[in-house]
Design a protein around this ligand. Sequence first.
Ligand code: ADP
Length: 587
Amino acid sequence: MLPTTRSLRLGFYTLAIILGAVLAAGLAMRHAERQALVEDAARANQQLALYANSLHTLIDRYRALPAVLALDPQLRAALNGTVSTEQQDALNRKLEKINGAARSSTLELLDRTGLAVAASNWRLPSSYVGHNYGFRPYFSQTRTQGTGRFYAVGVTSGIPGYFLSSAVTSDSGEFLGAMVVKLEFPELEREWQGSDTLLVSDARGVIFIANQPGWRYRLLQPLSDSDHADLKATRQYDKQPLTPLEYQSLRRFDDNSELARVVGPDGTADYLWESLPLTAEGWTLHLLRQPQVAFEDTRNAALAAAGLWLALVFLLLFLNQRWRLAKMRQRSREELEQLVQERTRDLRTAQDGLVQSAKLAALGQMSAALAHEINQPLTAQRMQLATLRLLLDHGRVDDAYKALKPVDDMLTRMAALTGHLKTFARKSPSGLRERLDLAAVVDQSLQLLDARLRDEQVSTVLHLTRPAWVRGDAIRLEQVLINLLRNALDAMQDKPCKRLQIRLEADEQLWRLTVTDNGGGIAAEHLPNVFDPFFTTKPVGDGLGLGLAVSFAIVHESGGRLSADNHASGAVFTVTLPIDLEAPVSC
Ligand code: ADP
């Protein structure tokens, strides 16, 4: 079976969510690693500052020594002329003693040509005495500037060291020679022993101090030709071979901090490489540390990021679902409202139609009665006219006038009847709310049914409060009354003694109109249904079952109520309508 578009889309979304989670985890891992490296670098930097401090302290301790010794009168006197063997011996012993006390590596006294006239190591085979060091930069520096300093591998001893020198001058300020102290760093290198690699490089990038074997005399950058020439002239690193240290920067944090891949003496490894320039000496101190990023930290960061991503996705999905649900609810509410409006409109149209068809039905039923009603006066009038003709033939004009009166009356009544029928059949606009007297509506309805009331010998009892002002549509209310009266007459059809009672009285804010008959009442099981459209107990052709339904609607429309009930011998229909309190307009 082919997968549906829906399941394809679902698969795509799932894949996108998983990819997002993996991406978030990957990014978080990278970030965590980087963060750990940056923190490690900051820690290494602090340590580097401590190491730099210890180096400075060491150098500073000896910086003043040659200057102080250069003031010694014995040394100055010795350099003033040629040094005798006894003088040299005395000087050697003196320097040896001071060197022991100061715990420096070596002390030597050079004459104005750079020849060592005395040295603390005079006893050793590597004694400086008798050697000339005029080629060393510290000597020329001392001659020209008064002091000098220089790191170099001892040409005699082969031991590297830092030479600090001070000029020995005559009273007149003439340069007589130089007092030199040599410091060696093996002790410092031992002190720095640890897991980190500590290096000191000179201005040319030559590493000359290292706490690990194999790093010393490596080049951090290629030497120029002039560098080569200088090194040769000063014999700074003497016979030591200088080999380049290969490294490649992987990531740079700042000018003095980076992650680098170094081909070191112990093989290739990645190092966190921190540098600190030592401006006083023109050197640079380096700390190389193998980064240690905790696996748990990065894993936790990755899990947290993936979790966060999933939570975010589910939150968005949840919100989206809610929003769609709300939109759907809103749409169905609108649809329902529209439907209700449509139905209400339809209902009103249907109701108007019902009222009209009920009227027409009533009209149809009434026409038979009307034909009878009109026929009777017509026959009477024909007979009356024959009488009139006879009276006129006999010249009895006065009697003839008298005989005209009943004809006139009968014609007036017939005109009233037909006029009323016209208004009854008219389709009146719904919602008419004219001020009208309910008692007059009762009168007019009774008048319309007068013939039937008389024919069926119904005794009618009226208790009408006049005027009974209400607001509504007179024709429609009249239709209600006619329906109620006709139903009462129908119910009393087979009763020998027919009694119809109509009451109209005020009850607080309402007019209460009751129509009571003695037709036997409505069966209890029918009572809840009498107002339903098309509910009828009458034989087919006699009843449509619309009268009460339409009447109910009309009364409601006028703001009133219509109810049905039984009394001892028949039914009672009650119409209540609000009393219209507005005073009639007097003109
Ligand atoms: P129809 O008169 O065409 O049957 P109506 O809606 O006017 O329709 O009346 C519905 C039914 O209510 C009648 O068929 C009848 O059963 C009952 N009914 C109405 N008025 C009375 C009454 N005065 N006495 C007894 N039953 C009545």
